[in-house]
Design a protein around this ligand. Structure first.
Ligand code: KG4
Length: 424
């Protein structure tokens, strides 16, 4: 695990030096500094808590990024059976599991609350009912441990920063966040400093994967039991022919920007499914699966990939033209649930290499929601001594919150044309 050299006592040391206003002998200052160093030389610990959507996660991490313990209760299987997330059910499950998840993590880490230096909590963006559980629980915990600072975390920023826990990735870098609720292409310039090149105008890619998977009834397919929509499509696509939609255009091809649209692709897949149902004498409510299910899954996945590839190619050219990413730092980080899709990863790998960019995806288990990424985002802030909530008890969650400054119009003005990129 990448463990950068850090000064664990930078901020407290500056406090100490500020306090030494009275003339102090050198030896007394040295003694104070030694005592100070003893107190702060151990790595500080952060507890991360995640409840933005359908995962209740917690992790304890030290400042070097070492995970002491983590626990995760995922509701994905339950929601998969219902064919989608039911927010009140998600809330009830968070309420049921948050205490065992958090307390279990602390116990597994072999620590007590007094050993922690901060609590990091994802407070934005996300589903209001889910966010509320994490915030209420944390506020209650902090009433009993008022010494602990709270670091509110932007869930999507946590996805963007996770990679720095496992690999050396310096700012600035290009980052694509693709999940069940978001699609964001941005330049990460620093902790809490993002420039957003584009976002989805309608569905998120994971949402489109989930809806097409449901329309294909993959939750009942013997090869896909327990898989989420995206995983099920990827699995079915393995042996499929991706050319069924090859004659169809790619979304937003007339918009020379870095925004996305997945609703049209979802409708295109739904049209294809209906067309094949008619041809094969099936109806949508039929228990049988289409004989061409793999081809449809592969074709949909291919179209999503094509769309992502074009927008990313434009982003790389834009960053090159504007100097937003200096030469030598050309890295694209891709994270979020959809980033665990191997087909998409391979196509992005090909595309980034064309533009002399390095593609980095965190390992799949870190691409989906978890407490580790929240703890890491907390560590990043703790190291910089920034981002603490002034009054944790009056903190509110924010269901919607942009990741950073929107520069999508500047991208449109740059009017960058992208030629077709043939990744296979
Ligand atoms: O980041 P994530 O765990 O959290 C939410 O946004 O909830 O992403 C979950 C999304 C789901 O929509 C799921 O279908 C999608 O990521 N996903 C995938 C794959 N694995 C998960 N989509 C495509 N291919 C995959 N292998």
């Amino acid at each position: 695990m990448f463990a950068p050299t850090i000064s664990t006592c930078k901020a407290p040391l500056s406090h100490l030096l500020q306090r030494c206003r009275r003339p102090t002998s050198l030896s007394s200052l040295t003694k104070q500094l030694c005592r100070h160093h003893e107190r702060h030389s151990h790595s500080r610990l952060v507890l991360g808590i995640e409840t933005t959507c359908d995962d209740t996660g917690a992790a304890v991490m030290d400042e070097t990024g070492r995970v002491l313990a983590e626990r995760l209760h995922t509701q994905k299987r339950i929601h998969a059976k219902n064919g989608g997330i039911i927010p009140p059910l998600a809330q009830a499950l968070h309420r049921q599991f948050i205490d065992p998840v958090v307390q279990g993590t602390i116990k597994d880490a072999g620590i007590e609350m007094k050993d922690l230096s901060a609590v990091a909590l994802s407070t934005m963006p996300g589903m209001p009912l889910s966010l509320r559980v994490g915030l209420d629980y944390t506020k209650d915990m902090l009433l009993r441990h008022p010494h602990l600072p709270l670091i509110p975390i932007h869930h999507m920023e946590a996805h963007a920063l996770t990679v720095r826990m496992v690999e050396r990735v310096d700012f600035p870098f290009l980052v694509l966040l693709v999940s069940g609720g978001n699609c964001i292409l941005a330049v990460a310039r620093g902790v809490g400093d993002f420039k957003v090149l584009g976002v989805t105008w309608d569905d998120a890619p994971g949402e489109a994967f989930d809806k097409v998977a449901r329309r294909l009834k993959l939750q009942h397919h013997p090869d896909c039991l327990g898989l989420c929509g995206g995983q099920a499509i990827e699995k079915m696509a393995e042996n499929g022919n991706f050319r069924l939609l090859i004659e169809r255009g790619v979304p937003m091809s007339r918009h020379r920007d870095c925004n996305f649209s997945f609703a049209g692709l979802k409708n295109m897949a739904n049209w294809l499914i209906q067309h094949h149902e008619v041809r094969q004498g099936l109806t949508a409510s039929d228990d049988h699966h289409l004989a061409t299910i793999s081809d449809i899954a592969a074709s949909f996945q291919h179209k999503v990939t094509q769309h992502l590839v074009i927008r990313i190619a434009r982003a790389m050219l834009y960053c090159q033209q504007t100097g937003l990413i200096p030469e030598g730092n050309q890295t694209l980080v891709v994270s979020g649930g959809v980033a665990s899709n191997d087909y998409i990863r391979k196509a992005l790998d090909f595309t980034t290499s064309l533009f002399k960019y390095k593609l980095i995806c965190p390992p799949p288990y870190l691409c989906t929601d978890n407490g580790v990424m929240i703890a890491w985002a907390g560590v990043e802030r703790l190291r910089l001594d920034m981002g603490f909530a002034e009054d944790p008890q009056s903190l509110r969650f924010q269901p919607k919150m942009p990741l950073g400054e929107d520069i999508s119009e500047q991208v449109t003005e740059a009017n960058i044309k992208i030629k077709r990129i043939k990744f296979w």
